[in-house]
Design a binder for this molecule. Structure first.
Ligand SMILES: Cc1cc2nc3c(=O)[nH]c(=O)nc-3n(C[C@H](O)[C@H](O)[C@H](O)COP(=O)(O)OP(=O)(O)OC[C@H]3O[C@@H](n4cnc5c(N)ncnc54)[C@H](O)[C@@H]3O)c2cc1C
Length: 376
């Protein structure tokens, strides 16, 4: 990263490195290295989030007025890159990166004051209730009904593929409050307490055998209308705002960290090394694009969010295949526990990452969105 020729940024990088050296324990590093999914178990991520929060660094992207460190976009990128290089566990995005920005944008002063500090501290752990059995890519066809009753809504229906709903005490959800007009026009955005009577969570096992997501059932669940974010029937705008944060992540730093650990292996066969080198060049290009996106150069936020989602997830899947090939047959059954962590989890990670081109809006849908933006 050429910008590190800037002495102030170099000093910032050194400060982050010193913090990571002092605070990122071997236990946390080992748990992160063994993780098979981007959605790491909160037993690993929350202790790290508390350490970061005590230092004011749990939410690098948040403005200072809400408890962020007040960094500019380059500092945030350096922080993400250093965390990845050091092997720190990625924090759950649903609270810090997804619902928090929309609470800042659409929330009432009371909602901001209540929820944001609890997201920072990890006291509230969020899940995302958007998809339903009949509404995935075509999200606007969602049916979970919220019927007004005095100062509440009564919810009936179900949400599916709800990542970490079995850990979460909060859910942000899209619900149908009207069947009049266009499908998008009758949707509202609610903030729910998962302990509310009538909510039940049923596990769904993934291809890799993990319990990561769930189906969540709502049976006459009473939610105060005061828990609505934004106006009634205008939840679609809130959701679109949120999805740019869900998709527009920083993919390159984590992937570069992973690939560097593979490339550092002395016993890497020349063919594998050539493949790894090719991926490394691709990641440099991805990183350059992420930096352009952060500076808002050359395209809209929505265009970058879709393009980076496609490029980042496809690169992750190619690196998964490479890790399986480098590990060879032994990566399929690390019976004696002797494989380095990256390779020991190569196969479950490969299986888990098949989902990366589906969640947060499938990559086919992202291509549709790009075509529409470009052709408009
Ligand atoms: C691991 C994982 C975690 C998830 N976590 C959550 C979560 O926490 N909360 C949540 O709400 N949802 C979550 N999801 C759901 C995810 O958002 C949906 O799976 C996704 O939107 C696709 O919807 P679908 O599965 O119903 O597939 P469908 O919409 O039925 O799509 C099936 C296939 O058809 C293609 N397709 C559909 N429409 C078009 C079109 N117009 N043009 C071109 N191709 C099209 C799709 O690309 C896909 O390949 C998760 C999914 C996964 C896999």
């Amino acid at each position: 990263m050429d910008m590190l020729n800037d002495p102030a940024l170099k000093a910032f990088q050194n400060e982050v490195r010193a913090f990571l050296d002092a605070n990122l324990t071997d236990t946390l590093r080992a748990a992160a290295a063994r993780a098979t999914s981007v959605f790491i178990d909160p037993a690993v991520t929350l202790p790290w989030q508390r350490i970061l929060n005590a230092h004011g660094w749990a939410a690098p992207d948040w403005p200072a007025e809400f408890g962020g460190p007040g960094w500019d976009e380059i500092q945030r990128y350096i922080f993400a890159a250093e965390c990845a290089r050091a092997g720190a566990p990625g924090l759950a995005p649903m609270g810090l990166k997804m619902v928090a920005p929309v609470i800042m944008h659409y929330g009432t002063p009371d909602q901001r004051a209540h929820y944001l500090p609890r997201i920072l501290s990890g006291e509230d752990y969020w899940c995302q209730g958007f998809s339903e059995p009949g509404a995935g890519s075509d999200l606007a066809s969602l049916q979970l009904r919220a019927t007004p009753d005095c100062a509440d809504y009564i919810l009936n229906g179900s949400k599916i593929w709800t990542t970490h709903a079995h850990f979460a005490n909060r859910m942000f959800a899209l619900v149908r409050t009207s069947t009049e007009g266009k499908a998008q026009a009758g949707i509202s955005f609610l903030l729910l307490d998962m302990a509310t009577p009538g909510i039940s969570v049923e596990p769904i096992r993934t291809l890799a055998g993990d319990h990561e997501f769930n189906q969540v059932f709502f049976d006459d669940v009473r939610v105060p209308q005061a828990n609505r974010l934004g106006a009634e029937n205008e939840g679609w705008s809130v959701a679109k705002h949120l999805l740019t944060f869900e998709r527009g992540g920083k993919y390159a730093p984590g992937l570069i960290g992973r690939l560097e650990r593979l490339r550092a292996r002395a016993d890497l066969d020349p063919v594998m090394r050539a493949r790894a080198d090719r991926e490394a060049i691709g990641l440099q290009a991805l990183q350059a694009l992420e930096l352009k996106a952060m500076r808002g150069v050359g395209g809209s936020t929505a265009l970058y969010a879709s393009a980076l989602k496609i490029m980042g997830t496809e690169a992750a899947q190619r690196i998964d295949v490479l890790a399986c090939d480098v590990g060879g047959p032994a990566a399929w059954a690390d019976a004696d526990g002797q494989m380095p962590a990256d390779l020991a989890v190569a196969v479950p990670r490969y299986l888990n990452d098949r989902a990366a081109s589906i969640y947060a809006g499938s990559n086919e849908i992202q291509r549709d969105l790009i075509a529409r933006i470009v052709l408009d």
